[in-house]
Ligand binder design. Structure first.
Ligand code: SPV
Ligand code: MG
Length: 309
């Protein structure tokens, strides 16, 4: 078939998005990813000037399953939500795969399945199963997987890649677990050597002191892998400011979820008090707007095209 051969092989949709993420990470401006918890939030993120969708484990746990972010949501459940997100967004999708949902083989299987699902990247953290959300301030154990074991898991995940363009981001929780900058550096270095494509260094230090120390050590070590930040707990730095400090990607992880929760609570409060739909109308999206967002008219037009002749 003549037009099936071409000198330049066409990239698959998945690889095109992966290459977009890779070139973004090497660019002069930060890759800004925003957290989605379902396909609608991913669609909305795509309507604004952002570079990637972050499938938030916290968001999927809380919003899709109504559960705490404690490794209760399985790989398959995360994959199902991810597939729905991946299929409605043109942005590269970076999936928070927690600790890979178990041990060594779970991490490997996670990378294989999400690579096959066409996402741009997975992020694997070193919290021991069952993990605790990193933002949780209450009393809880924070145990990390030993560095060598996590490096071994990451190496196997990287070696299992089907697409070279697919990325495995290694997330370091040493600062969250209060192990200090030296331990964080040791882990980040081991994960980079294991072949991770980027390092997410998580922190809840508002002043950025720890992060700055880490960045100094990282740059002194000359490791050429992109760094990723989740600035939920150092929220006053802009993506550009974080980029200037050395982060290639900035993840605004949970703001759409929190916006949705607040908006629903306010609307339910109004409905509870006034007990009629019109009372909520001024502050909610119209039915037509929701129809538009999910391309209802276009879909009906395509479905009924033949009938119109
Ligand atoms: C998530 O969005 O699930 C994250 C980021 O892992 S955080 O909750 O800030 O740890
Ligand atoms: Mg998470």
């Amino acid at each position: 078939m003549e037009n099936m051969s071409s000198d330049r092989p066409r990239l698959s949709r998945a690889d095109a998005k992966r290459m977009r993420l890779r070139s973004g990470l090497a660019g002069d401006t930060p890759v800004v990813a925003v957290g989605a918890h379902d396909a609608m939030s991913a669609r909305l993120i795509g309507h604004y000037d952002f570079d990637a969708v972050w499938v938030s484990g916290f968001g999927v746990s809380a919003m899709a399953y109504g559960l705490p972010d404690l490794n209760l949501v399985t790989m398959s459940e995360t994959l199902a939500v991810t597939r729905s997100i991946e299929s409605v967004t043109d942005l590269p999708v970076v999936v928070d795969c927690d600790n890979g949902f178990g041990g060594f083989s779970n991490v490997v299987r996670t990378a294989v399945e999400f690579d096959r699902a066409g996402v741009a990247a997975v992020c694997i953290e070193d919290n021991l199963f069952p993990k605790r959300n990193s933002l949780y301030q209450g009393r809880s154990k924070r145990e990390l997987i030993p560095t060598r074991e996590q490096a071994r898991r990451l190496k196997a995940a990287v070696e299992g890649k089907d697409s070279e363009a697919f990325m495995v981001i290694a997330r370091v929780e040493a600062l969250i677990a209060k192990h200090g900058v030296e331990a964080a550096m040791e882990r980040a270095t081991a994960y980079a050597e294991a072949g991770a494509d980027a390092i997410l260094i998580h922190s809840k230090d508002k002043t950025l002191t720890e992060i700055t120390e880490f960045l100094d050590a990282w740059h002194a070590a000359g490791i050429d892998k992109p760094l990723v930040a989740v600035p939920t707990l150092f929220p006053d730095f802009t993506a550009d400011e974080l980029h200037d400090k050395g982060f290639s990607m900035v993840i605004l992880a949970n703001q759409p979820m929190r916006a949705a929760v607040k908006a629903m609570e306010e609307t339910l409060d109004i409905l509870e008090k006034q007990r009629k739909p019109a009372a909520a109308d001024p502050t909610i999206a119209s039915v037509d707007h929701v129809f538009d967002l999910v391309q209802t008219a276009e879909t009906i037009r395509a479905e009924e095209a033949d009938e119109e002749g």
